[in-house]
Design a binder for this molecule. Structure first.
Ligand SMILES: Cc1cc2nc3c(=O)[nH]c(=O)nc-3n(C[C@H](O)[C@H](O)[C@H](O)COP(=O)(O)O)c2cc1C
Length: 297
């Protein structure tokens, strides 16, 4: 598998392009370790806020057929627990140095700055900013605020498909100094329980993920790839090695999986990598980087 090693930045090389996306398995050190030992080339924590958040009441998630809908209400232990989580993860992984990315969520540029300042001494391998609203001015402000407080830790900004000019938004973020763009986040949706005459989720709306959003993710990644010169961390509906190859061809340098863990468990990492390897061999590709943006070259 070593020929699939993947350079994100000069000082961040992954053993493969397949990583754990933020969310489904990222809110405890035990689950992150499990993902890493199952083959993830890097792991991303669940979004962490400044303070502990209890989260939403059940039901928080359902499989509605073509995808999942989830609203956990950002349940997380707060930024102060993150230092311990990173330390435990690194101790447990020992010589197998699997990078750990921390996904952060704030309500203002000031709050993001504070979160970055508190987490910087733990040196995560990347800070992924979960951008709350798709807004160019705010994206710029938050990116600057995090960079100023992150002591040189690389930054990726995660954007959702809700913004109509997603390539332009990505360019603004690149110009503000971000090192990468993550796309896409889950998309707003609503599932109705007709018998109960209520939304299915306790919070009403939720985030749609899984196969239902894959074509939208591919479109957004293509737009971003063509607008910027920094790497794209692609997420959205990847369940197979072929999905992964398609996402890289659209422009992703690395690919994150979330919902795949719901469908296939932790075996998703080896299953997807085996399928990816079969595709690479059958099509005569020598390295993962050959695929990146292939449909646009
Ligand atoms: C249960 C769940 C929790 C998530 N939590 C976060 C989060 O805290 N921060 C974030 O940026 N994205 C979060 N996401 C979005 C995923 O990282 C990913 O971008 C999205 O689900 C699309 O990928 P997928 O189809 O492989 O799941 C979450 C997704 C799910 C399903």
């Amino acid at each position: 598998m070593s020929n699939f090693s993947c350079k994100m930045f000069d000082n961040l090389i992954l053993k493969s392009p397949l990583i754990l996306a933020s969310g489904i398995s990222g809110n405890s050190d035990g689950l992150l370790i499990r993902a890493a030992k199952s083959g993830a080339a890097a792991v991303t924590t669940k979004g962490v806020t400044l303070k502990y958040q209890k989260g939403a009441e059940n039901p928080v998630s359902t499989d509605w057929g073509p995808g999942l809908i989830t609203n956990l209400g950002l349940s997380n232990p707060g930024i102060e627990s993150m230092a311990y989580m990173i330390k435990t993860f690194r101790n447990e992984m020992g010589d197998q140095t699997i990078p750990i990315f921390v996904n952060i969520h704030g309500e203002s540029a000031e709050e993001y700055a504070e979160i970055a300042r508190l987490i910087a001494p733990s040196h995560p391998d990347l800070l992924e900013i979960d951008l709350p609203f798709p807004d160019e001015t705010l994206a710029q402000e938050i990116t600057h605020a995090v960079i100023e407080n992150a002591s040189g830790i690389p930054i990726s900004v995660k954007i959702s498909a809700d913004y109509p000019k997603i390539g332009q938004l990505a360019k603004v973020i690149e110009d503000a100094g971000a090192d990468a763009i993550s796309a896409i986040n889950s998309m707003k949706g609503l599932i109705v329980d007709a018998y109960a005459a209520k939304p299915f989720l306790s919070s009403g709306v939720g985030g749609i993920s899984g196969p239902a959003i894959k074509p939208i993710a591919l479109y957004c990644i293509s737009e971003i790839y063509q607008a910027v010169n920094i790497p794209v961390i692609g997420t959205g509906g990847v369940l197979t090695g072929l999905d992964m190859a398609e996402m890289m061809m659209a422009g992703a340098t690395i690919v994150g999986i979330g919902s795949a863990l719901y469908y296939s468990g932790y075996g998703a990492f080896s299953q997807i990598m085996n399928e990816f390897e079969t595709f690479m061999k059958s099509e005569g590709y020598q390295s993962a980087s050959e695929l990146v943006g292939k449909i646009w070259r």
